[in-house]
Design a protein around this ligand. Structure first.
Ligand code: PMV
Length: 292
């Protein structure tokens, strides 16, 4: 059986969301596809190679199989992964591969899981691998659509934006851990910055149907992310170049590398996508699905 799940992008509020503040996040129309068939041993194939259960090379898929086998016995299984979502780039590829793997396993082994079960398992896998995380990625990848976090209130969002990968890896656990350490040194300063990010996210959520102030809100959110130390020289340079093209941009996800997202007029987005090797991405309504 084959299942797929979407990636996601934080429009506003990453990192602050870990400390209970608001965020606006949407599923995107880049998906991860996972084929599962019963076999005599465990075999996981992806662009990273072919392995058995391997918590180093394929941590999310391996933990997904382990968690699923606590519900339904697995003797052997072949898992094949194809993804449109760049890896370790802030676009939720880890959650998407986890959610799609669980849904494909469910379909193949007829375990009768619903979406809520898939989400709960994917959330466990996120914690198995990363130890930290707000659960936003597996939630959005499972259910699709755009959401106000932490309330998990659905938001109607029809939007296209530019995504450009800096080519540097973004490691969520490292970035979240770094923020936690710096916050320990200056808790009051960090709490105030998280409050400011919170206000920006709330303002963005209020204005979701008329996004005139989004470019300004993007710039402010980016400045605050830089202040908590999750930007990088490459990210800043890219954002400056995009600004010259009339595009307001910010990092998305954990930062330190990974992708930058940008908004602006359609022709400007197209030009910039060509110039910087980026993609135009859409907010996606559909979450995990079994492919026919
Ligand atoms: O880079 P990603 O896609 O793993 O997103 C991380 C977002 C954070 O807010 C930094 C952490 C989280 O779990 O919400």
């Amino acid at each position: 059986m084959r299942a797929s799940a979407p990636g996601k992008a934080f429009l506003f509020g990453e990192h602050a969301v870990v400390y209970g503040r608001h965020a606006l996040v949407t599923a995107i129309n880049l998906r991860c596809y996972v084929d599962v068939s019963k076999g005599s041993s465990i075999r996981i194939t992806s662009p990273l190679g072919t392995t058995s259960l391997d918590f180093e090379v394929h941590p999310y898929v391996s933990f997904a199989i382990k968690r699923f086998s606590e519900i339904e016995k697995i003797n052997g299984v072949n898992v094949k992964i194809e993804s449109e979502i760049p890896v370790a780039s802030g676009l939720g590829s880890s959650a998407a591969v986890t959610v799609a793997t669980l849904a494909a396993l469910d379909a193949e082994f007829e375990a009768g899981l619903d979406k809520e079960d898939v989400f709960e398992l994917a959330r466990k896998v996120e914690l198995d691998v990363q130890g930290v995380g707000s659960g936003t990625d597996p939630f959005v990848s499972t259910f699709g659509g755009a959401w106000q976090i932490p309330e998990r209130k659905p938001i109607s969002l029809d939007m296209e934006f530019l995504v450009v990968d800096t080519g540097e890896k973004s490691i969520t656990s490292e970035m979240v851990g770094g923020v936690a350490e710096r916050r320990k040194v200056m808790p009051e300063v960090y709490e105030k910055i998280f409050d400011a990010i919170d206000v920006v996210s709330i303002e963005a959520i209020k204005n979701v149907s008329n996004q005139e102030n989004y470019p300004e809100l993007f710039r402010i959110n980016q400045a605050l992310l830089k202040a908590i130390g999750v930007s990088s020289r490459k990210i800043e340079e890219l954002i400056e170049k995009l600004d010259e093209f009339g595009i307001a941009a910010k990092l998305t996800g954990a930062g330190g590398g990974g992708c930058v997202i940008g908004i602006g007029q359609e022709d400007k987005l197209m030009n910039a996508a060509q110039k910087f090797g980026g993609m135009i991405v859409r907010a996606e309504k559909e979450g995990v699905r079994v492919e026919q």
